[in-house]
Design a protein around this ligand. Structure first.
Ligand SMILES: Cc1cc2nc3c(=O)[nH]c(=O)nc-3n(C[C@H](O)[C@H](O)[C@H](O)COP(=O)(O)OP(=O)(O)OC[C@H]3O[C@@H](n4cnc5c(N)ncnc54)[C@H](O)[C@@H]3O)c2cc1C
Length: 491
């Protein structure tokens, strides 16, 4: 045991990791009379793999029967419409097409159709005629397809932030910028050490994504490993919005669902992801090879994609377990320690169902969970200026002139929306981009970044030098002119 001189906190449940799974668990447990604390290493929630994925709410037909992926994917899919409605999060049920480029691939499509049907997924096989009526820009050599109308698209970081906001409304607590660096057990209590705190908990839920194996090892559970698997994604300008409306899947390979064309919930089209095992858990580089593979794959589905319309690229790391499946279980050694690990794709889709399973796991082990009578599933609605009518905008600006000042021109984001995002927990430029879309458009912040920095500094009552892109170490202003001269940095 270490941590002498650190502040001590005691809670009933400590959740380690604020990704989509951790924030879903926090909200789920905030339904009960429990003292819940979510501990996150980053300055805001949703910044791990949750911020770097395809955002697809999968249909529930891909997963191998008998796996935990299959057990949680379809129920997760079914929970999305209500969840997103309650939390006022953008969810587009745009449907999924699994397409066949050859007759052999059509046989595979038919197998997935049967698999999906067997588990009750709403699916339809489409003729070529029906397919091209639905998606006229698809490659005309595609021979047929399966349609899953209940597949959809969501903005995962928006959802994670909304889940946490609602959990906090219902009494949960959030601790950011506090990576868990040590852990131990004393009797029935578990202890977690962060740079600032020693946290005592009865129950620990390990949802640390790529680091879940490292958190497990702190408690002596060395029986699984997390192997990062990279996926690169390329995002198109909003001008490409209507090229396709459904999410287009090829038939999957052994290790991935293939290269897709994805209409995101934000309206941008996206292509990706690749799927390559990488040694490092922080390798988020995009590569020329990755781009080529994606572009070729995506063009085989939608030939008229234009590379010059790509405005942004990123990579995410799937936290694949060495079991090849999700790990959703109690520690075999430590009472009250739950591992939700190896939550690779379709983890975003499955997250609400995995989280809903956690109270059941606890009850099965004899923990008494008393529901709160006053649990409020609804988050305060968000104002999205660009979705309002002219009359609504007029009225809003009259009430609050900050909604009359456009900060991000590409996405039409107002000062009022940025201030609201800060009030709800945004602390950084990336936080504003993820929550309010300021800086997410074609110019990627080229125009609005200095304005957003000023608003962040003003609202957080910090100096401009303290404004960061994504937390300490990413300060935007590194030098003043006189420091440049002092340090001899000249053009
Ligand atoms: C390229 C790609 C595309 C994908 N597409 C889809 C898709 O379309 N649909 C779908 O359903 N799934 C998809 N997935 C999978 C999905 O993104 C993940 O399953 C999901 O985001 C996992 O969430 P998580 O909460 O488990 O992990 P994370 O989001 O990684 O959260 C873990 C959190 O733990 C924190 N943490 C780590 N260590 C510590 C520590 N020591 N102390 C405190 N906090 C810590 C991290 O900072 C992080 O915030 C995709 C994944 C990738 C990579």
């Amino acid at each position: 045991m270490s941590g002498v001189g650190k502040e001590r906190r005691s809670v009933q449940v400590a959740i380690v990791g604020g990704g989509i799974v951790g924030t879903c668990v926090a909200r789920e447990l905030s339904r009960y009379k429990l003292d819940v604390l979510l501990i996150e290493a980053e300055p805001e929630v949703g910044w791990g793999t949750t911020k770097a994925n395809s955002g697809i709410v999968h249909g529930g037909f891909h997963e191998e029967p008998g796996t935990l992926k299959a057990k949680f994917c379809l129920p997760g899919n079914q929970m999305f419409p209500k969840l997103c409605e309650e939390l006022d999060v953008t969810f587009v049920q745009n449907g999924i097409l699994l397409v066949a480029r050859t007759e052999e691939e059509m046989e595979v499509v038919q197998r997935y159709y049967q698999r999906g049907k067997d588990r009750g997924v709403n699916l339809r096989l489409l003729s070529q005629e029906e397919l091209f009526e639905l998606e006229p820009n698809l490659n005309r050599s595609i021979v047929g397809a399966m349609y899953a109308p209940e597949g959809g698209s969501v903005m995962p970081f928006e959802l994670a932030a909304a889940l946490m906001e609602n959990a906090i409304q219902n009494g949960a607590q959030l601790l950011v910028e506090n990576p868990v660096i040590n852990g131990w057990v004393d009797g029935d209590k578990k202890y977690l050490e962060t740079p600032q705190y020693i946290i005592e908990a009865d129950i620990v839920v390990n949802v640390a994504g790529l680091k879940a194996d490292e958190i497990a090892r702190l408690f002596g559970d060395a029986y699984f490993s997390i192997l990062p698997r990279k996926g690169e994604e390329y995002l198109f300008d909003l001008s490409e919005k209507n090229v396709v409306t459904s999410t287009i899947f090829p038939v999957p390979s052994e290790i991935s669902k293939g290269i897709l064309v994805i209409p995101t919930a934000a309206g941008n089209l996206m292509m990706g992801p690749t799927s390559h095992n990488v040694p490092a858990k922080d390798d988020l580089a995009t590569t020329y090879e990755g781009f080529r593979q994606i572009y070729e794959g995506a063009k085989s589905l939608v030939p008229n994609l234009q590379v010059r319309k790509v405005i942004a690229q990123f990579a995410g790391l799937r936290a694949a377990s060495d079991r090849g499946d999700f790990i959703v279980e109690f520690s075999p050694r430590v009472r009250g320690l739950i591992h939700l690990a190896g939550i690779e794709s379709p983890g975003l889709t499955a997250a609400p169902a995995i989280a809903a399973h956690v109270p059941e796991m606890l009850k099965d082990k004899g923990y008494v969970l008393e529901p709160k009578e006053d649990f409020n599933p609804r988050r305060e609605p968000v104002i999205r200026f660009n979705e309002l009518s002219h009359e609504e905008r007029d009225e809003l600006v009259r009430k609050d002139p900050s909604f009359g000042r456009i900060i991000c021109r590409c996405e039409t984001v107002t000062e009022g929306e940025i201030v609201d995002a800060i009030r709800r927990g945004a602390r950084t430029l990336d936080g504003i981009k993820f929550r309010a879309r300021g800086g997410a458009g074609r110019c990627q912040g080229g125009f609005c970044q200095p304005l957003v920095m000023e608003i962040l500094a003003r609202e957080l009552n910090i100096t401009l030098e303290k404004v960061t892109k994504r937390g300490p170490g990413s300060e935007m202003i590194m030098y003043h002119a006189k420091e440049l001269l002092r340090d001899g940095v000249r053009q």
